[in-house]
Structures are given as structure tokens and as C-alpha cells.
Design a protein around this ligand. Structure first.
Ligand code: ZN
Ligand code: ZN
Ligand code: ZN
Ligand code: ZN
Length: 492
């Protein structure tokens, strides 16, 4: 294993004093201090369409860049790149907020008067785990008899690992995305029924819009937080039908929660497991914008609190202590991860459940011996093509590919089409904004210019430990500035 070189203070000083430092810093600031930027070489130029001349900025500099520029790595895991994961969180926040409060990104402010709920759906229990049990300010002891501190690493670990249902845990997690989809179908059905509509007619009268985030609990299983909104048939811009009250929406959510199940693929013995949500469901109405400053008496929650909550979880990823950043390549690798025994056992279980099995046609006794099996001497087996192995019963779940995520295969943030804007749109908006800023500075309009923009990738990452350290400091400064900006914007 090669340890990363530590930054050297003298070398760092020299870097800061070097003639190209300002230019380098500007480039790094443009990617918000990304830790693994992609280095591109090429040319960018804005020229006058008729004369072909490079235009000049107000400060006399030509409107061109050539040589090297940096492009952000875009990884949203905080443990991989704090800068890019911050950017992702900021986008998640904008996206969530646009759908909650409106007034930006093509969503009208009237969305905040629609029936909206903040819903938390949890996984069932697969065995008792150590926890903290706050009870009206006075904590109760854990079932192990002790009181756990908030940061006690024991929290979320099974009280008795030997009886914990790891198979159930892994398979539930692998089906959680499907469970959510099934839940939204059921929810539409319950709403249609309450309104006296058929399933088919529902879409002509109303539309269900939502955004959800998945969050890992300390026991290594995810739960979902969702904003659910009832719109008219055309989405955010369309008035909710009169029957669509927040109470009706809440009742439908509770009914759908209790009634949603998903079946596992058939096991070897023909058995099928059925997965459902845990009993715990939290359904809270979201206050309309004009009620924002009133007391929180009915467990209602404000728009701003939800979107900043979401932005916070959007980057938590799974964290170092819970899962690995990259796919696992072998079972042995799991043993070397810096994580708890519980999380390792979840990964081992996922890895094993995802294994191929002995081909029954060429293994009458059911066992395949890796590296020296009788099946190798068989003339030809059409079923396994002489490989000796066939895909296991859970092949379609792709469990090995997702072992590092504890078998969670879903997206971290997902939303229905009409909820609000998209990440792609947000990125494009940023590019357009920059381009328009450039044009404004040049005092020209888009029709009179030609833009040359050609870049090729040359390398990835910073060149030295010192540059990495300086980039991390830039990322931290950007983060503080953004935090301050949101704090100032908050009205709640
Ligand atoms: Zn990055
Ligand atoms: Zn305990
Ligand atoms: Zn064999
Ligand atoms: Zn075979």
C-alpha cells in the first residue's frame, strides 16, 4: 500500500509564492476546490462573427482562454470529494426547495398552497439493535441494560448478532426501490378511490408529485424521506382538484404504507419472501408559505427546514463508517474495510447471496469444487456451457455489484417528473449564466458572436500533496460562504 505524501510546509509556501499561483488558484476556485479535478487542455474564445476578431473585455483582456483548465470530478460522496459533494447538496437543496416553495426554476409560488406532506418510511426490524430511547426528555436504558452516548459506536449494532436476520436485511434493502415504486402506485390508487375515480381516470384529474431521499440509519438499513405533493393533471402549474385536501392525502399515504408489499425472487426451495415497510411511518403536513411564521402546534414543518434537511442528507452518502466508496471486488476485501463487524456481516451476506450456484445438470451431488471439479471432465453441459456454475436465485438483484452499498441499489435522490427542475437543468442554467455574464462584460449579444470551445482531457487529480491541501482549503472556504448565504436567505 502506498501512503499519500503529506504536504510539506516549505513546499506549500513556495507554491503560494510561485508566479503561476494566482492563475492556478483561480482555476481551482472555478471548480470550488475539487480534490480530483480533470485537467483539460485546449481553447476557448469568443470572436466577432463578422470580423473573426477575438473580442476584448472591459479590462482590456481578450475573451479567450487557452492552455489548461480544470473540470470538477463530480463525485457526490463527501469522503471522495468534499467540494463536489457540497455542490451536489446545494443542487439537491435548490431542486427540493423549488418544488416546495416555487418562485424559481419554472415552478410557480402557488405550489406552496397545495396539499404537501413530509413522509418518512422506514424498514422493518431484522433483530434488536443497541439504541438510545429518549422518553420525554428522560432517556430509558437500552435493551442491553446500559445507556448509550449519542456517539457510542455500539448504537445500531445488533444486541445478538447470532440471531440477527442478515438475509432478510440484505434482501429487503435490495428491494427497497421497488417497494417505493409500488407504494406510489398504491397511493395513486387510494387517492383515485377516495375521489371516486378509476385508476385509469386519475391522471385526467390529478397528479402525484414527489421527491425522496434515501438515508442510511446506523443499523445499516435505509429509510426514505419524501415530500409528496398533490397537483392538478399538468403538475406544479396546475390547480389541485377541490377534493384533494391534505387530510385525504395523509389518509391515502397511511393506507398505501400499510398495504404495500414486494415479493422476492423464488428461493431454491420454491419459497418466496414478502417485503413490506416497517410499522413506523411519519406523516407531517407542510405548512403553506404564508403560515411560515406561525407556531408549530400540529407537528407541521416548514419548507425551508425540509430543504436544508434534505441537502444535509444528500451528501452524507453512506459515510466511511457504514459502507465502502467503491464496489467490492472480492469477499476478502470486506475484511480489510474500516467499518463495524455488523456492516461487514451485511456485506458478506450480500456477497454470498449474489454468488452463482453449482449447475445441477453436471453436479448430481450439488457441490462444485472450485479449481478441480468432476464437472470439468463432462463432455458438454448445455446448461452451464461447462463452466460448472449458473446464476444464483438472486442474480437479477445484482447483489455483488451493490455489496459496497449494503445492497441498496437505488438512487440517493429521486423525484417524479413534474416535481421541479432537474440536476441537468441546474448545471445548464449555471453554464448559461456564465456565458451571459461573459457576453454582458463584452457588451455584445449572443447573435453577433462565435464561440470556440474545444478541450481534451490530459490528466486527473492535483499534481502534488501541497496543491491538494490548498484545494481542500478553497473547498472549505466555498462551503462556509454557501452556508452563510443560506443562513441569510432563511426566513424561518
Ligand atoms: Zn470533485
Ligand atoms: Zn445497548
Ligand atoms: Zn463443478
Ligand atoms: Zn452444467
Amino acid at each position: 500500500m502506498v501512503l499519500p505524501a503529506l504536504p510539506n510546509v516549505d513546499r506549500m509556501k513556495r507554491r503560494i509564492q510561485s508566479p503561476d499561483y494566482r492563475d492556478w488558484r483561480r482555476k481551482v476556485e472555478d471548480v470550488y476546490g475539487c480534490l480530483h479535478p480533470v485537467r483539460l487542455s485546449g481553447l476557448w474564445q469568443i470572436t466577432d462573427k463578422t470580423t473573426g476578431q477575438v473580442l476584448t473585455r472591459s479590462d482590456g483582456r481578450p475573451a479567450e482562454t487557452s492552455g489548461h483548465i480544470l473540470s470538477p470530478c463530480g463525485n457526490r460522496r463527501e469522503s471522495v470529494c468534499p467540494a463536489c459533494s457540497d455542490r451536489y447538496a446545494a443542487d439537491a437543496f435548490q431542486l427540493m426547495r423549488a418544488g416546495l416553495s416555487g418562485g424559481s426554476k419554472g415552478v410557480p409560488v402557488t405550489v406552496s398552497d397545495k396539499p404537501r406532506l413530509f413522509v418518512t418510511l422506514t424498514a422493518p426490524s431484522f433483530g434488536p439493535v443497541h439504541n438510545r430511547r429518549p422518553n420525554n426528555g428522560k432517556a430509558l436504558p437500552c435493551r442491553c441494560g446500559r445507556y448509550h452516548h449519542e456517539h457510542d459506536p455500539l448504537i445500531g449494532q445488533p444486541v445478538d448478532p447470532s440471531t440477527y436476520d442478515y438475509t432478510g436485511h440484505v434482501l429487503w434493502q435490495a428491494h427497497s426501490g421497488k417497494l417505493w415504486n409500488r407504494f406510489t402506485q398504491k397511493l395513486r390508487r387510494y387517492l383515485a378511490r377516495a375521489a371516486g375515480l378509476t385508476d385509469r381516470n386519475f391522471k385526467d384529474h390529478a397528479r402525484l408529485s414527489y421527491a425522496k431521499v434515501a438515508e442510511f440509519q446506523r443499523r445499516g438499513i435505509i429509510h426514505f424521506h419524501a415530500v409528496i405533493r398533490l397537483d392538478g393533471p399538468d403538475g406544479a402549474v396546475d390547480t389541485t382538484p377541490a377534493w384533494g385536501t391534505v387530510e385525504l392525502l395523509a389518509d391515502a399515504v397511511r393506507a398505501a404504507h400499510a398495504d404495500t408489499t414486494v415479493d422476492s425472487p423464488e428461493l431454491d426451495d420454491g419459497q418466496v419472501l414478502t417485503f413490506a415497510w416497517g410499522d413506523q411511518v411519519d406523516v407531517r403536513p407542510i405548512r403553506p408559505a404564508d403560515a411560515r411564521r406561525f407556531e408549530d402546534e400540529h407537528g407541521t414543518i416548514s419548507d425551508d427546514r425540509i430543504s436544508s434537511y434534505v441537502a444535509k442528507y444528500a451528501t452524507k452518502g453512506t459515510g466511511k463508517s457504514e459502507a465502502a466508496d467503491r464496489p467490492i471486488r472480492s469477499r476478502t476485501q470486506i475484511e480489510y474495510l474500516r467499518t463495524t463487524e455488523h456492516h461487514k456481516q451485511i456485506m458478506r451476506t450480500a456477497w454470498d447471496l449474489g454468488a452463482p450456484v453449482a449447475c445441477p445438470d453436471c453436479h448430481p451431488d450439488g457441490e462444485h469444487q472450485a479449481g478441480g471439479c468432476a464437472c470439468a471432465t463432462i463432455d458438454h453441459c448445455a446448461r452451464c456451457d461447462n463452466g460448472g456454475l449458473i446464476p444464483g436465485p438472486f442474480d437479477e438483484l445484482n447483489l455483488r455489484r451493490w455489496t459496497h452499498m449494503l445492497a441498496f441499489r437505488g438512487h440517493f435522490l429521486s423525484k417524479s417528473r413534474a416535481y421541479s427542475t432537474t440536476f441537468k437543468q441546474l448545471r445548464e442554467d449555471r453554464q448559461i449564466w456564465r456565458f451571459e455574464q461573459n457576453l454582458a462584460e463584452l457588451g455584445v449579444d449572443a447573435d453577433s458572436v462565435a464561440v470556440v470551445n474545444h478541450w481534451d482531457m490530459t490528466s486527473v487529480g492535483h499534481r502534488t500533496a501541497e496543491e491538494r491541501e490548498l484545494a481542500a482549503a478553497i473547498a472549505e472556504r466555498t462551503r462556509q460562504a454557501r452556508k452563510q448565504k443560506y443562513a441569510n436567505e432563511r426566513t424561518d
